[in-house]
Design a protein around this ligand. Structure first.
Ligand code: NAP
Length: 529
């Protein structure tokens, strides 16, 4: 196919891709912007993750863009996958980017040509582009991870990753296995347990899971959301995790035991994992003693809710309560249903998948019709491994990120000019749409600055990039998260080494850093002719 000469190519049909396509088209007024998405439609995470019960756990009124005034007002406290997808399609229509999308195409290579200062990009369907700017919004959790269980292809029932739930598959009356107890596994458990014949949850590590309390919004709440838009978004952008509530500024260790319990109880009943972790006290994420007070509270709740003491004890987590806070409605209650059980595979792992089901190391074999691998994602930089991205002189991104995936501010990589990685490694850990907004605005500023200086390309300084990753590592070390295995630490996938990939210092701190960078004329960047 002939090469299409364009201004910018953006990859991804989720929050990041839609936002950046709109910004480049509408704010930078670039005439030729092409967006590529491998799915048949928009939605990103919310296009792929259609398992029963899939829902966002950022509250609905802050799970979008602050300037997206024309999307429908939320009617529930949290949004299900279809709701978020619909909202994103509306955003794409409102920002006039639908026509920019080329669907069912996967970018397979993007090579920077130093002579022409252009990116040469190809898709699996043979489309070819030469673009000034190459922007990836691949998503932080878009590459499904299934452990390499022996015999996985021999299973005679239906098996799939949670992000690939077969369209129309009904689990009613079926014998179902769910491997994994993260947000995906726990949401699926809560959603399907009442109608299956049997459900066995295979648990490697018990998790701290709080209730969600999803419900219809009351009229006065809807009124307040409409009325207080400015205040809500001000709270979002001036907080650490951008969830739209006031984060606590009180230590869990500075209050009496009775007061602590009262606070935990109140937020437990209110629902929401992020609220429980960040609205209760200010040191659950940074002080192990404070953290243990919350962990103990959740363990007690599990013992209260789950009637069978042995099941309760399997479900009770040990160790620090950290990583991404989880929540699912009625998760622990599900195990009071006689057809639901949990099998601890901490000391007796899955040895192989057999034609009829799952076999454990001690030889126990269990039969199933359906196996759901809710085993997570090769996060943050994982999706980049499927694209052959090369910067100056053929340097490969996969080599640069082999052991230490990092981009300056999560956005820019030395020797990869005019390349911007939305929510790339080094990005803040917070509510995703506000991160995308902040990063999108910064990319616009970088491109404007480049044009103003009359340069042809912009890229990160190697030293600045290194300094950024050192900061990301240092901040991580000062948190409880650092000691909890998860995709945030890049060590959830078998064989991977711990390397914190997200900035845990908060969106407000991150935004201040970008502001400072702009105010002192972008010293962390190289602008080249
Ligand atoms: P996850 O949190 O990484 O959980 C994966 C699960 O698979 C864990 O329980 C893990 O056990 C288990 N596992 C991994 N390897 C295994 C093996 N070899 N044998 C048995 N079990 C194994 O994945 P996820 O639930 O898909 O969630 C990933 C992220 O997606 C979340 O952190 C969240 O950010 C996002 N998410 C968000 C929502 C929401 O907004 N509501 C919903 C779903 C997902 P270990 O814990 O022992 O490693």
């Amino acid at each position: 196919m002939t090469i299409q000469e364009i201004d910018a190519l953006i990859v991804g049909g989720g929050f990041g891709g839609i936002r950046l396509t709109g910004l480049l088209k509408n704010q930078l007024q670039l005439a030729k912007v092409v967006a590529i998405e491998k799915g048949e439609g928009l939605g990103g995470t919310w296009y792929w993750n259609k398992y029963p019960g899939a829902q966002s756990d950022s509250e609905s009124w802050v799970y979008g863009f602050s300037d997206d005034v024309d999307t429908p007002q939320p009617t529930t406290r949290y949004l299900y996958a279809d709701d978020v997808q619909r909202q994103l399609i509306t955003t794409a229509k409102n920002t006039n980017v639908l026509d920019n999308y080329l669907f069912e195409n996967q970018v397979v290579s993007a090579h920077y040509d130093t002579t022409s200062s252009r990116w040469h990009i190809t898709t699996d369907k043979g489309f070819r582009f030469a673009a000034t700017y190459f922007i990836t919004a691949l998503g932080i959790l878009s590459k499904p991870y299934i452990p390499n269980f022996p015999g996985i292809d021999t299973f005679q029932g239906v098996s799939f990753h949670s992000a690939g739930w077969p369209k129309g598959l009904n689990t009613d009356g079926k014998r179902v296995a769910i491997i994994g107890t993260g947000p995906s596994g726990s949401q699926i458990t809560s959603a399907i347990h009442r109608s299956v014949e049997s459900l066995v949850v295979f648990q490697k590590r018990a998790q701290y899971i709080t209730p969600v309390e999803n419900r219809a919004l009351r009229d006065e709440e809807k009124d307040a959301i409409s009325r207080d838009q400015a205040k809500i978004w001000n709270t979002v952008f001036n907080s650490l995790f951008a969830m739209g509530f006031e984060e606590s500024n009180e230590s869990a260790l500075n209050v009496s035991e009775a007061r602590r319990r009262e606070v935990y109880e109140q937020i437990w009943n209110k629902g929401g994992g992020f609220r429980f972790f960040f609205e209760a006290f200010n040191d659950l994420g940074i002080d192990f003693t404070a953290n243990e007070t919350a962990a103990a509270f959740v363990r007690e709740k599990i013992a209260e809710i789950v009637k069978d003491p042995q099941t309760a004890s399997i479900l009770q987590p040990t160790g620090a309560y950290g990583g991404r806070p989880l929540c699912a409605d009625g998760y622990y209650e599900a195990f009071n249903n006689p057809n639901v059980s949990v099998v601890s595979i901490a000391d007796n792992p899955i040895s192989r998948i057999i034609p009829t089901g799952i076999e454990l190391q001690d030889g126990t074999a269990l039969e199933f019709d359906i196996i759901v691998f809710a085993t997570g994602f090769d996060g943050v930089d994982g999706a980049y491994r499927d694209v052959d991205i090369r910067g100056r002189n053929g340097i490969r991104l996969s080599d640069v990120w082999q052991e230490r995936p990092n981009a300056l501010y999560g956005i820019s990589v030395a020797e990869f000019p005019n390349f911007f990685t939305i929510t790339g490694p080094g990005s803040p850990f917070a509510n995703i749409p506000p991160i995308v907004e902040v990063q999108g605005d910064f990319v616009v500023r970088l491109i404007r600055e480049l044009n103003q200086r009359g340069g042809r390309s912009i890229e990160a300084n190697r030293d600045a990039e290194l300094k950024w990753t050192e900061l990301v590592q240092a901040v991580s070390r000062s948190t409880v998260f650092d000691k909890v295995r998860s995709w945030i630490q890049n060590n959830n996938v078998a064989g991977s080494e711990k390397f914190p990939v997200l900035f845990l210092g908060g969106l407000n701190t991150y935004t201040a850093k970008l502001e400072e960078e702009a105010n002192i004329q972008y010293p962390s960047y190289q602008f080249l002719d």
